[in-house]
Every structure is written in C-alpha cells, then in structure tokens.
Design a binder for this molecule. Structure first.
Ligand code: HSE
Length: 345
C-alpha cells in the first residue's frame, strides 16, 4: 500500500467534490494499492490547515458547510495559505483547485509553479495555468521529475486526457473537434425550443453550468482554453490561449437559432484543432451551422462530446458530462491513480 500525501489548494465546489470522491472511492483506491491522506487544505476564505497524520474528509466537509472554519477540524493546525503553504507542507501531490483566471492564470499559476519546483506532483482542474503557460510548466515538471496532470480541465471527470495518453498513443491522432462548453450548448438548445437568450443564460447560471463570470462561457474563452489544452496535451503542441481563434454565442439571436432548425440544421459552438505538417494548427472556436447528421449536432443541453480523428481507428468519440461537483472531483481521483501507476512503471 502506498500512502499519497495530498494538499488541496481551494476548498470550494471542486475541493469538496474531491473530498467526497476520495471517501466514496476509498475501497477501490485501496484495491489499487493507494491510500490517500489529506495533509493540508489551503483556502483563502475557510482558512488554511495542515495535519501530517491526515485530515478526515467528512470532518473537512462538515466544517466547510457549517461554521466555514477549517481550523475546527480535529487535528488541524493553522498554517500559511497560498504559495507559502504549498511550499511548506510536506506532500507528494498538490491538487490545485482555485477558480480559472484566463487573463494571467493567477493565483493558480504560482501555486502550480511552487508545487512543481518543490518536487510535488500536481493535478489541477484550473484551466488558466495549463492554457496560458503549458510549455513552461511541462518543462518545470520534467526538470523536477514529477507529473503535471489536468484531466479535470476538459470535460470534467469524463475520461479524456488520460484515455488519450494511454489508449490513443500510437493511433496517430490528427485532429480533435467537439462541443466543449456546456453553458453555450445549453443556451443554444433552449433557444431552439423558443426561449430568449437572457432567460436561457439565467437558467444555465442557476443550474451551475456557467462560470462565476459567464462572459467566459458565452464569449468562447472557456472553450478556447480547452482547445489550447487539447492541442498541447493530445497533439503535442505548445499553444497559448492567444493562438486560438475565438468566437462565441453572445451575439446570436433567436431568429438565427430557429432559422437553422427550420432549415434542418443546428447552431453549435464547436472547438477544433489539428496537427499540421510541422506544428499544431487551426486552433479555433466557431459558431457553426451543422447538418442534423453531424454527431455534434445531436448534443443537447449541457453535455459535451469530443471526436478524435485518428489514422488507425478513424473517428473515436467520447461523450459525457463537462461540469459538476462529483464529476470534476472524480478527475482528481483519476489523476491520482494515473500518478500512482506511472510511479510503479
Ligand atoms: N462553464 C463550463 C461549461 C464548466 O459550461 O462547460 C466546465 O468547464
């Protein structure tokens, strides 16, 4: 049995989702030889705590939902938060779970840098660092002989990046194309039923699909970040967010959506990226009018679907949830298992 000492940076929706999934999957993890131990939780609002012998996930969840004070958790010792906490707490893995910031990637970017520099493996659900600074972080991880994983950045916990790495290696992936933003797809689907844009956006926010600032969704930034991540991790590129041509749905009107339906088509926000002769190319997010028989046209509501064009297998598609507490929480568990397996090999 291998004990994995884990620090959680951020204990909001995703952090709590991870704590729940670590509890729920404890038996399965044990059968894989993995004993996770939460040795620190750093949160700017709830407090920052450490405990070398481990913090009970149920007590953390109770403290977060109740008083909102993590220092109440049995065995918890108050400690420095942020970068100082990442550096000081002795851990094997850092889960970086702070909200995505696509302007400069902060504070997540500095957390990831500090973790890698101090020899910790990292799993993050934060799109900012990976979409903005992948070449730097990839090289930093390699220089420190640790892994940087980010399954939860695209399609939440739906197996995607880890599946590609393990199962599509050698298959010659040439291109990736998909529905990558659940909020936009939900809004377009509701508008097809006659709902006004603003009402559909309000509904998407209420249901928790949209980011805190929904302009990130409807202007295409979120999908563009995911395209950059796919171009880098699946196709081996060195893209930044600025390399992705970006469109959104913020200026789409009800007539355009309904005219498409009347013409036997569907408007969808599509992300795509290709492997060119010498570089990863044609990275873009565009509002497209798709024929009904395009598999992407069939995706309704907040679902995501991604198709890989491969030399060996033709088209391979993965469909599943793209957001959610348990769904994203699972992505960290999947990354922990991948880190464990890679260490064994
Ligand atoms: N706001 C995102 C979406 C959530 O709607 O897809 C997951 O990145």
């Amino acid at each position: 049995m291998r004990t994995w000492r884990v620090v959680l940076v951020g204990f909001g929706t995703v952090g709590r989702g991870v704590a729940e999934r670590l509890r729920a999957s404890a038996g399965e993890l044990e059968s894989l030889g993995i004993a996770p131990r939460i040795v620190g939780v750093l949160d700017p609002r709830l407090g920052s705590v450490a405990a070398p012998s481990g913090l009970d996930p149920a007590s953390l969840l109770q403290a977060a939902e109740g008083e909102g004070d993590l220092t109440q958790v049995p065995g918890a010792l108050a400690c420095e938060g942020g970068v100082a906490g990442v550096r000081e707490i002795q851990a094997d893995v850092v889960f970086e779970l702070t909200p995505t910031n696509l302007r400069d990637g902060q504070p997540g970017l500095d957390h990831v840098r500090a973790a890698l520099e101090n020899g910790r493996h990292v799993s993050t659900t934060n799109k900012g660092p990976v979409a903005l600074a992948w070449p730097e972080l990839r090289d930093l991880a390699a220089a420190n002989n640790v892994q940087l994983r980010c399954e939860g950045t695209v399609m939440s916990g739906t197996p995607l990046l880890n599946v590609c790495e393990a199962g599509l290696a050698g298959a010659g992936v040439r291109a990736v194309r998909g529905i990558l933003n659940g909020t936009c797809n939900y809004i377009l689907s509701r508008m097809e039923e006659g709902m006004a844009y603003d009402d559909a956006l309000n509904e998407a926010q209420r249901l928790g699909y949209a980011e805190t600032d929904p302009s990130g969704d409807v202007e295409g930034w979120d999908a563009a970040a995911k395209v950059a991540i796919l171009g880098n991790l699946v196709l081996g590129g060195s893209l930044s967010l600025a390399d992705v041509e970006r469109g959104g749905i913020d200026s789409v009107d009800l007539d355009a959506v309904q005219n498409a339906v009347e013409g036997g088509k569907r408007l969808r926000l599509v992300g795509s990226v290709e492997r060119g002769e010498s570089a990863v190319t044609n990275a873009r997010v565009t509002l497209e009018e798709l024929p009904q028989d395009d598999p992407l046209a069939a995706v309704s509501g907040a679902g995501n679907l991604l198709t890989f064009e491969t030399d060996a297998l033709g088209a391979v598609s993965v469909a599943g949830p793209g957001a959610g507490r348990a769904e994203t929480g699972h992505a960290l568990v999947a990354d922990l298992i991948a880190i464990h397996r890679a260490e064994l090999s």
